[in-house]
Design a protein around this ligand. Sequence first.
Ligand SMILES: CC(C)(COP(=O)(O)OP(=O)(O)OC[C@H]1O[C@@H](n2cnc3c(N)ncnc32)[C@H](O)[C@@H]1OP(=O)(O)O)[C@@H](O)C(=O)NCCC(=O)NCCS
Length: 149
Amino acid sequence: MPALLLAARGAVHRSARTGALRGGRGSAASRRRAQPGLVEGADLDRVWGGASVYDVDLDQERAAVGFWLASRARGRSVATRTLRLLSRWAFDQLAVARLELTCAPDNVASQRVADRCGFVREGVLRSHMRFQGERRDTVVFSLLPGELR
Ligand SMILES: CC(C)(COP(=O)(O)OP(=O)(O)OC[C@H]1O[C@@H](n2cnc3c(N)ncnc32)[C@H](O)[C@@H]1OP(=O)(O)O)[C@@H](O)C(=O)NCCC(=O)NCCS
């Protein structure tokens, strides 16, 4: 069972009073990236993948989540468990009201993982970004606090 290490930086800090991780306030603190690393429990030097909470906007109470796994770690529901942990952390500790997840339309594995966790597919941003010399669509999912599965 891998462990999720939270290596938060920027305005995301631990409260001296409650011990909880909290985000800062104000425009300079509104876009922060917390970057957990995913490591195998039996061997802390062996990284399985990564996951992050990014585009944190505390004024609007929303953030985005992303993740990746090394090929040896795939196919074992690790991404699903990671996304659940990260989403719960973001709702509880950053107090966001909306989490966004985006991926390429052909990234079926990511979309399955998002669906398993309760993310709702909102639609497609057409010609959203440059990718390998072409323009690429992006699929957008979102999760609200009561929807996490
Ligand atoms: C996305 C990623 C983390 C998922 O890894 P994983 O946890 O091992 O996912 P799984 O292999 O368990 O697959 C999840 C689901 O997708 C399905 N799937 C996986 N690859 C597939 C493919 N090429 N075509 C169709 N379905 C696929 C699996 O069958 C599974 O379906 P199920 O829920 O019905 O069982 C991993 O593929 C990855 O790191 N990809 C590269 C980085 C990336 O895309 N990150 C996400 C950006 S948002």
